[in-house]
Design a binder for this molecule. Structure first.
Ligand SMILES: [Zn+2]
Length: 292
């Protein structure tokens, strides 16, 4: 996060972040840093901490022509930008466990059997921060071992939950947990499906898009399972709800791209019992069932 480069006020030379950080003269230099954009008069601050960074000095303004103008004085934006760099490394089991947790969102009116008191659930932070997480995939997905130690603390299940009624334009490009009803499925090709969804409360609609990323990593005959699901849903044989890890790619239409090949869980209810299935398990359970 922060500026990678800055200008020395004294001699107008550009210095990299590392040069500044390692400078013998850091105590002086840190008060002489200007925005790297030529002729921009904004002052920068070197923030000394375990993970130092350079930011726009409070109340210092970038010139109108400066590309950093948009960051001006906006701690909120700087904070958000830092968050955008958060890397997520969630395995299949992690994702399934968190999606299965959305049962109460999917069936809000269900009468639950009283449960024994348990320790407080620790996934509170998931829903508290509503900013979403931007994924920065590596070439072959994200390897936790590639992450520097200061980023590791961000790795993990901090994916916030939002219903279709709650999204804003700022959520674009970020990943969320989404509970919804599955209305219908459109098949565009063997490598592209559109899952039409609707909010549990209200009438906001959206689309979960299964694209190349979903198919390239998935088992080969995944289409058999998808086509079966499509038939069940489109023929309205049973009501299917869905919990998804989706990246908002179009705010106006609420289009989401599914996270990897496993960011989807399917929920069905029969006599108060809720099933939570992957695509394959859904097929295994329902393929030979008679629907009434
Ligand atoms: Zn500037």
């Amino acid at each position: 996060m922060g500026f990678e480069i800055a200008r020395n006020e004294d001699n107008n030379t550009l210095l990299t972040f590392d040069e500044i950080r390692k400078s013998d003269d850091l105590d002086n230099l840190r008060y002489k840093l200007l925005c790297p954009t030529p002729n921009c008069k904004a002052h920068l601050s070197y923030v000394a901490s375990i993970h130092p960074y350079i930011k726009t000095r409070n109340e210092s303004e970038h010139s109108d022509f400066c590309e950093y103008k948009k960051d001006e004085g906006a701690k909120e934006i700087i904070r958000k930008k830092a968050k955008e760099k958060i890397l997520v490394n969630l395995g299949e089991a992690d994702v399934y466990a968190r999606l299965d947790d959305l049962g109460d969102d999917l069936y809000p009116n269900r009468v639950k059997k009283p449960r024994k008191k348990r320790g407080k659930k620790s996934n509170k932070t998931d829903s508290e921060s509503g900013d979403g997480v931007q994924l920065i995939p590596g070439e072959n997905g994200i390897d936790i071992n590639e992450l520097s130690s200061d980023k590791k603390r961000f790795v993990g299940p901090r994916v916030p939950k939002k219903t279709l009624t709650e999204f804003t334009a700022q959520d674009k490009g970020r990943i969320f947990k989404i509970p919804a009803k599955l209305l219908s499925i459109e098949k565009n090709s063997d490598r592209r499906y559109y899952l039409k969804i609707k909010s549990i409360e209200g009438n906001k609609k959206g689309t979960l898009i299964l694209k190349e990323a979903f198919f390239s990593r998935n088992i080969q005959n995944i289409n058999v399972f998808l086509d079966f699901l499509m038939n069940v849903v489109n023929e309205k044989k049973i009501e299917v709800k869905v919990a998804a890890y989706g990246t908002l790619i179009n705010f106006e239409n609420r289009d989401f791209e599914i996270f990897k090949d496993y960011g989807l869980r399917f929920f069905t209810e029969n006599k108060g019992v809720i099933r939570k299935d992957s695509l394959v398990l859904f097929y295994n359970y329902y393929a030979n069932k008679k629907f009434n």
